[in-house]
Design a protein around this ligand. Structure first.
Ligand code: ACO
Length: 321
């Protein structure tokens, strides 16, 4: 038994911020940002919340699948930038949608979050616990980005994507792998709250994203192709048989590096980061939705999805569309 994606949706905040706009905030240039990252613009929240964006993307995924909210049995939201610690975003989304029959909870594996949530849904379906799932990746990273740090504020964007999956007897997801290495967590970090209570007053490092860009780059181009090869082996297929590699949209140079290591033509690696930047857990489902709506995903195509990021976390899955 497996799961297949039968509906996709995505929502971005209205405001689009270009590289040129960023030159008014920090000492940078459109040329530098494009050359080093491939990013040209990104959407930034002017009030849209993570749950609002996630709910909107979920509504579109349900509509695309021809399903109603009351049919959903499992509702997962992958995010690392929720507005509140409690309740979870998934519960807020459940309430917005009226998905009252669904169990709802969040999952945080940073930029690998959506992929890990998809794998989690598969495991639940495989175990016979649920028959379907609505899975969103949603972020408002603009509130955890230091807008005076030119090394990071140029990279990120806000948005949400979602997929509706249901059990299938054959094809669908063919295999997945996922990994974590907490010992390298310091290379990409964001503290949330300092410990302050009547018995302790401990200062925190920074409430904003802190990143060692070179280390993250090296991790991604080395570990991700190895993870993809691992899942290809597990699924009994090879890179040449894959139609599209839908990767986390962190940086165009990272995607180029991965394509090169896998000896695959770059045309098999669709990108939207030029328009939306790095949206962490929202990146893969937003790109999937764009491809789906553009008619680029045909039934029977073989896809690799791969997410990677803070944690460090990384993973991949192979699926037949
Ligand atoms: N504009 C102009 N100059 C800049 C900017 C900027 N926005 N940012 C940094 N610089 C400067 C630096 O200050 C430095 O100047 P110096 O030589 O005078 O000290 C110079 O450019 C080179 O800086 P580096 O950090 O070494 O630049 P690098 O070539 O490594 O590029 C980048 C930085 C783009 C962040 C790169 O390391 C990278 O892509 N890393 C991957 C990080 C990533 O994708 N993170 C996303 C989150 S994690 C994830 O999603 C997987």
């Amino acid at each position: 038994m497996s799961i297949k994606i039968v509906g996709t949706g995505s929502t971005l905040p209205e405001k689009c911020v270009t590289n040129e706009d960023l030159t008014k905030l920090v000492d940078t240039s459109d040329e530098w940002i494009r050359e080093r990252t491939g990013i040209g613009s990104r959407h930034v929240s002017t009030g849209e919340t993570v749950d609002e964006l996630a709910a909107s993307a979920c509504e579109k995924a349900l509509a695309d699948a021809g399903k109603s909210a009351s049919e959903v049995e499992l509702l997962l939201v992958a995010t690392c930038s929720p507005e509140c610690g409690i309740p979870g975003v998934a519960c807020q989304v459940q309430s917005r949608l009226g998905a009252s029959n669904a169990v709802a909870f969040d999952l945080n594996a940073a930029c690998a979050g959506f992929l890990f949530a998809l794998n989690t849904a598969w495991a639940y379906v495989e175990a016979g616990i649920y028959r379907n799932a609505l899975i969103a990746g949603a972020e408002v990273l603009s509130k955890i980005v230091d807008w005076s740090d030119r090394g990071t504020c140029i990279l990120f964007g806000d948005g949400a994507g979602a997929v509706y999956v249901e059990k299938c007897d054959r094809d669908g997801m063919l295999g997945f792998v996922q990994h974590a290495d907490g010992s390298r967590g310091e290379v990409l970090r964001c503290d949330s709250r300092a410990l302050k209570n009547p018995y302790a007053d401990v200062s925190m490092k920074s409430p904003y994203v802190q990143m060692d860009g070179r280390e993250v780059f090296a991790f991604a181009v080395r570990q991700v192709p190895a993870g993809i090869q691992e899942v290809l082996d597990k699924a009994g297929t090879e890179a040449d048989d894959i139609d599209l590699f839908v990767l986390h949209q962190a940086n165009y140079r990272i995607i180029e590096g991965i394509a090169k290591r896998l000896k695959q033509d770059i045309s098999k690696f669709p990108v939207n980061l030029d328009r939306v930047g790095n949206m962490s857990s929202a990146a893969i489902p937003v790109l999937l939705d764009e491809l789906n709506r553009a008619g680029r995903l045909k039934r029977g195509m073989k896809l690799v999805l791969s997410g990677f990021g803070a944690g460090l976390t990384w993973g991949a899955c192979v699926l037949k569309w």
